[in-house]
Each structure stands twice: as structure tokens, then as C-alpha cells.
Design a protein around this ligand. Structure first.
Ligand SMILES: [Fe+2]
Length: 374
């Protein structure tokens, strides 16, 4: 252990005293059951100073120069988990943002995905352990043979549903005078959902209640794979689609809502990494772009759209009754082929969960020992 006026070093990691005092684990500084921070460093006149610092094999113990006296005890395991003093190559897996700890994304096209499909068939029916792993790696997970009740119970075990205009679930089926193109027999090009709303990152959940019609095969596209290939071949177009917000709109007659939102098709992290795709051609209209940009933007948009429509990137399959399909709405675009209504009915139940419920549950399992006594 090394000390100076401002920090202490434990296992070659430096910790500022202000950081340690701010993150004190005592009941006076952090509420014991909600774990909410109670200590407010902005009320201190000076940077917290220790009277004594002691390091054992298990703990760092600091008695602070305060009135009344205050002691902080930090388990070494806790300190190493949250250590922030690291070099660029010194990865601290647990303290990274949640997303980066999950199985690495495997960016797929049709040929690559087909290598995994036979492996998936061995998973059989019902909810198996691997569903979440596949969701992170491939952006979607397909589960077979759930009853409607099993489907509801499964989603409820993940988190509360985000309500649609129709309630917890929206039933997609042919409706006369449809308010949504999905409620027709039309072909639907690959798209992400809720392009026209200011919603957070969603998990899209499909459940096939019945599928007796001819046609209507589902189409999935890995938007991250398409974006990578598109960006390598057309870097200028990629930049244009990342930097130009366009309008996505939806006019609902029956519910009397007109949703409109401006968003670029590619959302990039500060690092330049792609984090989300927003795309639904049937909602992309009446763009309000500068006159000089319009023609070039159309070229970039059409080039990208043709990538999405290229069968080499599309996984097409028939969803059967009882199938449950979960998709990362920031990555996977979904669509369907047209179907023949006279051949039988088709009812697809759609619901949405917050992606935070996926990552939050996973984080809970991983971190709970740092908060709750074993
Ligand atoms: Fe959709």
C-alpha cells in the first residue's frame, strides 16, 4: 500500500480519497437496503482526508478526519472490481459498461447463419438456457412450441411489457381499413420498429398465435453486418446516413396520433462504433433536408436499402404456431413476405420489453454478491 495526500494505492491501483469517501459503504453513507448514496461530498468544505489508513489481506480501512469520526471499510474484492486506475490495455471486465461483457456479437449474413441453424435445432422446444446467449451473439433468438400462457409467463420473467396503443400486446392480423401496413397482407421490407417514436432501446417480441395462410415468411437481417459491409464499400454514403437526420412518421387514424421523429439511420458511439440502426422505409417520408443534399441523400439511402433487400443478407423462415422470436431492435431488421388471406388466417402477437431488462437482470446475477450478503 502506498499513500500520498490525495490517494492511496492498493494492488497497484490508485484510489483518490475523495472517490473513496464518496463511495463509502457504511450505512450512514449508503442506504443499507436500497444502496442509494446518502453521502453528499458537495457539502464538504475540503477534500476528505484520512486520519489513518490500514490495509489487511481482506480490507482497506480508513478513519476519516471528520467530526463525528467516520470509518470506511472496503473489501479488497470490491475495490478491485471498481478500480478505475488502469492503462488502456488493462481490461477490468466487470467495470466496463454492461453491453461489452456479453458474448461477442457475431455479425452474420445468410451463409454464415446457416452454419449455426442445424446446431440450433438440437435445442428443441421450450425456453432453453441458450436463448439469451443467442440473442447477444446473433441479435435474435427463436424459441419453439410455447403455449400462449407459457409465452406470457416467459416474457413476464424478463420484465414488464411496454404498452402499445392496444395494450401489453398488439395483435397483427388482417384488418379492414388497417391503420398499420402490418395489418394487411402486404410484403413488409426489413425494418426496425418504432422509428417514429422517442423510445429507448427495445427488445421486440413476436409470438405466432396462428399461421394457416400461404406465404408470410419472416425475414431477418443483421443490420450491423449490412452496415459494416456497406460502410466498407461506400464510406461516404455511410457517413451521410450517420450524420443526416431524416423524418420517420406514422399517422394513426383510429387512435388519433401523428408520430414524427427525426433520426439518422446509423447512430454512432463517440468511439465511432455503430450502436443502433433506425430504418423503416414505409415510415420514411416527407424528408425535410436542405435542397442541395436531397439528391445525394436519396442515392445513399437507396444503396443501403438495396443491401437490406439483398437475399444474401436475409434469413427467411416460416414462423409456426407457438414460435416466439426475440429481437434486438437496435440491430435486427425484420420483415415478412406477402401472404394469401384466402388460404387461411395469420395472427402474430407483438410486444416490447426494454433492453435494460435484459442487461439489468444479467448484471444483477453477476454483481449481487457485491451488494447483498452471501
Ligand atoms: Fe415491425
Amino acid at each position: 500500500m502506498k499513500e500520498n495526500q490525495y490517494f492511496v494505492t492498493v494492488n497497484n491501483k490508485r484510489f483518490h480519497y475523495i472517490w473513496l469517501r464518496d463511495n463509502c459503504l457504511s450505512e450512514e453513507s449508503r442506504h443499507p437496503s436500497s444502496f442509494a448514496k446518502l453521502y453528499d461530498f458537495s457539502e464538504e468544505k475540503e477534500i476528505p482526508k484520512p486520519n489513518s489508513v490500514k490495509l489487511t489481506d481482506e480490507e482497506l480501512i480508513i478513519d476519516w478526519d471528520e467530526d463525528p469520526p467516520h470509518r470506511s471499510i472496503f473489501p479488497i474484492e470490491w475495490l478491485m472490481t471498481y478500480a478505475y486506475d488502469r492503462h488502456q490495455n488493462d481490461h477490468n471486465g466487470k467495470h466496463k459498461e454492461a453491453q461489452s461483457r456479453y458474448p461477442e456479437e457475431l455479425l452474420w449474413n445468410k451463409a454464415l447463419l446457416e452454419n449455426y441453424l442445424s446446431e440450433w435445432e438440437n435445442f428443441g422446444s421450450g425456453v432453453s438456457q441458450g436463448w439469451k446467449d443467442r440473442l447477444f451473439r446473433f441479435g435474435f433468438s427463436l424459441i419453439h412450441d410455447l403455449t400462449p400462457q407459457e409465452h406470457q409467463d416467459f416474457l413476464a420473467s424478463i420484465g414488464p411489457m411496454l404498452h402499445t396503443e392496444a395494450g401489453s400486446f398488439y395483435d397483427i392480423e388482417y384488418k379492414s381499413g388497417a391503420n398499420d401496413l402490418a395489418d394487411t397482407c402486404h410484403h413488409l421490407d426489413p425494418h426496425t420498429d418504432y422509428t417514429n417514436r422517442d423510445y429507448p432501446h427495445l427488445l421486440t417480441c413476436f409470438y405466432m398465435v396462428k399461421n394457416e395462410s400461404i406465404g408470410g415468411e419472416s425475414i431477418l437481417v443483421d443490420g450491423f453486418r449490412v452496415a459494416r459491409d456497406f460502410g466498407e464499400k461506400y464510406p461516404h454514403y455511410f457517413r451521410l446516413l450517420a450524420q443526416t437526420p431524416i423524418q420517420f412518421r406514422q399517422f394513426y387514424q383510429d387512435w388519433q396520433y401523428f408520430y414524427t421523429r427525426s433520426r439518422s439511420i446509423f447512430k454512432l458511439h463517440d468511439s465511432g462504433d455503430l450502436v443502433a440502426i433506425t430504418f423503416a422505409h414505409f415510415h420514411a417520408n416527407n424528408w425535410n433536408l436542405p435542397f442541395e443534399q436531397m439528391e445525394e441523400f436519396y442515392q445513399a439511402y437507396a444503396t443501403f436499402f438495396n443491401y437490406l433487400k439483398n437475399p444474401d443478407y436475409q434469413y427467411c423462415f416460416r414462423m409456426e404456431k407457438g414460435d416466439c422470436l426475440l429481437m434486438n431492435n437496435n440491430r435486427i431488421l425484420h420483415g415478412r413476405k406477402s401472404f394469401d388471406l384466402s388460404s387461411g388466417s395469420r395472427l402474430l402477437r407483438v410486444g416490447y420489453l426494454l433492453w435494460d431488462h435484459i442487461t439489468g437482470r444479467d448484471n444483477f446475477q453477476q454483481y449481487k454478491d457485491l451488494y447483498m450478503s452471501k
